[in-house]
Design a protein around this ligand. Structure first.
Ligand SMILES: Nc1ncnc2c1ncn2[C@@H]1O[C@H](COP(=O)(O)OP(=O)(O)OP(=O)(O)O)[C@@H](O)[C@H]1O
Length: 255
């Protein structure tokens, strides 16, 4: 079943005085099935953040369509956007985006508080998630008292607690050391196995090699994609690395 459909997406940024314009995305179309785990890669400036911002409904495309469960995300009224994001999407960022003055538990509860859920409902949902993520013992600590890996697992718990249709992750391992990176990638694989759909933008070949499919963007266009199938993370790493070399050296798809 298709969860997300991106059709002919185009984004042109024009400077404030209209003097010049940059075409950040030119004709991007792809779809994501429910339960997929997809990574998006591309060189700096290729359009990844622009794409993610549009999928996150933080920005609007110049033209094209994005459908979630067959419904247009582009035409959602401005005043309904934050509720849409909260109800349907989960976010994991490079720099965690936790509130410093909130405990770990309150950070995780936050989207449910905004949804008006009762304390009982929140606690009921919290338990299995924090157990799975190994953060039960730190729930009453504050973000500055825990490690980067624990902060990111808190962010994942906050994303999961609303049972989102889609998790959008922006460079989620970017601020983590290698051990915390391994832990996070393991968690992503586990929650994906349980059915969570994940879309992750990353520069990390290692992170992307855990995904089931990798999309490559070059100059605002979809350049290539690799399905993992049954190959190992190491073989996937090599395939991704080869594709990035082709992109960096300006080669074509068939070279
Ligand atoms: N707000 C903006 N105004 C004008 N141009 C922009 C704006 N945001 C991005 N761009 C341009 O659009 C293109 C795509 O940028 P984008 O940030 O999407 O790339 P990226 O692949 O995410 O890069 P990075 O990996 O460095 O984050 C670039 O040429 C960039 O300079």
């Amino acid at each position: 079943m298709t969860l997300l459909e991106v059709n002919h997406l185009k984004k042109v940024y024009t400077t404030r005085f209209g003097g010049s314009s940059v075409q950040a995305l030119s004709e991007v179309s792809f779809s994501i099935e429910k339960g997929e785990y997809v990574a998006i890669m591309g060189e700096s400036g290729s359009g990844k953040t622009t794409l993610l911002n549009i999928l996150a409904t933080l920005d609007k495309p110049t033209s094209g369509e994005v459908l979630l469960n067959g419904k247009s995300m582009i035409s959602i009224q401005e005043k309904k956007l934050s509720a849409f994001r909260r109800d349907f999407l989960g976010f994991v960022f490079q720099d965690f985006n936790l509130l410093d003055n909130f405990s770990i538990q309150d950070n995780i509860f936050l989207p449910l508080v905004l949804q008006g859920k009762t304390y009982d409902e929140m606690s009921h949902r919290l338990k299995p998630i924090v157990q799975k993520l190994g953060i039960s013992p730190i729930l009453h600590k504050f973000p500055y008292e825990v490690s980067g890996g624990q902060k990111q697992r808190t962010a994942v718990a906050r994303a999961l607690i609303t049972q989102p249709q889609l998790i959008l992750a922006d460079e989620p391992t970017g601020a983590l050391d290698s051990r915390a990176t391994e832990e996070l990638l393991k968690i992503f694989t586990e929650i994906n196995k349980e059915g969570q759909t994940i879309l992750m933008v990353t520069h990390s070949i290692k992170a992307a090699s855990h995904a089931k499919r990798v999309l490559f963007i070059r100059d605002g266009q979809l350049f290539h994609q690799i399905y993992k199938g049954f190959i190992s993370n190491e073989q996937m790493y090599q395939k991704i690395s080869d594709t990035l070399t082709i992109i960096a050296t300006g080669g074509g798809r068939d070279e």
